[in-house]
Design a binder for this molecule. Structure first.
Ligand code: SF4
Length: 344
């Protein structure tokens, strides 16, 4: 982040190391706290480098205080969301956005319905993580995991996402092992292969949401370009290379993808694969008439999968009170802002 600044002033390597430690690991709240820098250098840094590219507009804390969702504003006024989940086992997972909205337009998704407002830079992605790192450092904790499962399709912003991963895994910066990173994708195969070729060996979560090509193409336009059989082939290659289990996200939509026959189709697809199916009770949005599957059907569905030899769980919803479907908060705020602009 201060590479250009360091180059401009010909700073020795130890200065960038001091900066990285203070900024990424020690959670300084402003450049004034960069006490390892001499005062004149600190002043120059303050004048030339932004402390954060995002400002926090809203912070919602769940009743159990285990989930914090923040609404962050970019320099251009657009809003994105990031979430911190504090797990009972001590993990502190940050879910980051990589875009404003999303161009993929899956039919059930609040973020997709926002449309696409642009891709985030690596710095903007990292600033979401560093914000929570600062909060955690105060209580002697740290960010332990990062999931790219917020707004946007990471494979369509691969260059910036890759740069962000490099910072997350850099031992002098956020210093997380690659197995602590989860990348989610709706199924952009060439970009996924590129990510793996770049050296990615972290966890992979696939937005599956249907047990066959026909229904998947109905729900997710991306499936028309990259069919399910080809996607599974690419994931089989990843599993063969890494021996890593792939997670499949499956939103449960009433009478759409939650029928008993769908569960049996999933058993056929996954009983011989290293896979985990994450069943997610659907969070209805106003733009479409999809409803959440009833709880009994979700449990029946899960039981068919597990009896058929497929690992499956129903998502434990953390912080339900702040965790409306991903994208809904930013969507509401971005719209409010557009309305305001129109009235003026
Ligand atoms: S589910 Fe993911 S890929 Fe599909 S529209 Fe929503 S954010 Fe984009």
């Amino acid at each position: 982040m201060i590479q250009e600044f360091a180059k401009k002033y010909n700073l020795p390597k130890f200065r960038t190391l001091q900066f990285d430690k203070a900024f990424y690991q020690n959670g300084i709240e402003s450049f004034d706290q960069l006490s390892t820098f001499p005062a004149d250098l600190r002043e120059r840094l303050k004048a030339e480098v932004e402390f954060s590219t995002l400002s926090v507009e809203k912070e919602l804390i769940s009743a159990h205080k285990d989930t914090i969702k923040i609404l962050m504003k970019r320099a251009d006024g657009q809003r994105i969301e990031a979430v911190l989940m504090k797990h009972k086992d001590g993990r502190n997972t940050v879910c980051v956005s990589c875009m404003v909205g999303c161009p993929v337009n899956c039919s059930f998704c609040a973020t997709g319905k926002m449309g696409f407002g642009g891709s985030l830079s690596a710095r903007e992605i990292i600033d979401q993580i560093v914000y929570f790192q600062r909060q955690l450092v105060k209580s002697g904790e740290r960010v332990s995991n990062v999931v790219f499962m917020g707004m946007g399709e990471p494979m369509l912003n691969l260059e910036q996402v890759q740069q962000a991963i490099d910072i997350i895994t850099d031992p002098d910066k956020l210093a997380l092992g690659s197995r602590r990173i989860t990348i989610s994708t709706s199924g952009y195969i060439p970009q996924f292969k590129q990510l793996v070729e770049n050296g990615f060996r972290g966890r992979v979560a696939i937005s599956l949401h249907a047990p066959n090509q026909e229904l998947r193409a109905k729900l997710m336009p991306v499936a028309k370009i990259y069919p399910l059989d080809q996607l599974l082939e690419a994931l089989d290659e990843y599993t063969a290379l890494t021996n890593k289990r792939v997670s499949y996200e499956y939103v449960m939509i009433k009478n759409m993808n939650d029928k008993t026959e769908h569960a049996y189709e999933l058993v056929k697809l996954f009983s011989k694969r290293l896979a985990h199916i994450n069943l997610i009770p659907y969070n209805p949005i106003r733009e479409v008439e999809f409803e959440r599957s009833v709880r009994d059907q979700i449990n029946r569905f899960r039981d068919i999968l597990t009896r058929g030899g497929v690992e499956a769980t129903v998502r434990v919803t953390m912080g339900d009170d702040v965790n409306a479907a991903c994208g809904q908060l930013a969507d509401r705020e971005n719209k409010k802002n557009t309305d305001k602009k129109i009235r003026i």
